[in-house]
Write a protein that binds this ligand. Structure first.
Ligand code: DC
Length: 212
């Protein structure tokens, strides 16, 4: 079974995808990490993020096992990821790897922005996870505080707004729900309630609907 979990920054899609994968016994791919890896390599090399040729080369040679994943969590890297993700050569270089992951025997859970629209349009279940911008900013703000990082709520909110705009308005593989995605608004749900809601959506087709 292939399950895709797409949604905007700080919607909770990563946590949900990880928990679903664990529950279902399926491998999980956080596709955002790939774009973060490319952004990180560009920043490390001191290259401008709009250098399309260099970014595509970085994507082609990306080996996430060689990058300390802790370094990829910072907002500065998320911002760089969002910029290089708009470059067609970067997306093309990362496509096959993601499709192979989705199509492995037994299936997989993938989370990102275009998992259900571009990577695995054939997925059995597609979730599109949302929450209001203010709630997502609150969650990200709390996360930063918990990590001991200095943060200003208004700045976090502004960053989320910028990222939403860039991810949704780019011409290639923009963030949008697949026509057959099920929307899950987590604004008023805690992690546990969101997981239960996600699981009931995932289990619904098994109980009734058959794959066409
Ligand atoms: O999910 P995330 O915050 O780790 O993703 C970082 C950026 O990477 C996001 O702002 C846009 C880009 N991205 C993408 O374009 N397509 C994906 N499938 C996943 C992430």
């Amino acid at each position: 079974m292939i399950v895709t979990v797409d949604g905007p920054a700080a919607s909770g899609k990563g946590t949900l995808a990880r928990r679903l994968a664990k529950h279902l016994g399926l491998p999980h791919l956080d596709t955002g990490l790939l774009y973060r890896g490319v952004g990180y390599l560009m920043l490390e090399a001191g290259l401008p993020l709009d250098d399309a040729a260099a970014a595509a080369r970085a994507a082609q040679s990306l080996d996430l096992s060689k990058i300390d994943q802790e370094k990829l969590r910072f907002d500065e890297i998320g911002e760089a990821a969002s910029k290089v993700a708009a470059i067609p050569g970067v997306r093309a270089a990362l496509l096959k790897l993601q499709q192979d992951f989705a199509r492995q025997p037994g299936g997989a859970v993938l989370d990102g922005r275009d998992a259900g629209t571009v990577i695995a349009p054939e997925a059995d279940v597609k979730l599109f996870v949302t929450a209001t911008r203010e709630e997502r900013a609150r969650r990200r703000f709390r996360e930063l505080q918990d990590r001991g990082e200095a943060a200003v709520f208004e700045a976090v909110l502004a960053d989320i707004k910028t990222r939403d705009g860039r991810d949704s308005e780019r011409s290639i593989a923009p963030l949008k729900p697949a026509p057959d995605a099920v929307l899950l608004d987590t604004t008023r749900l805690d992690i546990e309630a969101a997981f239960r809601a996600a699981l009931s959506i995932v289990e619904a087709p098994r109980a009734g609907r058959t794959r066409s």
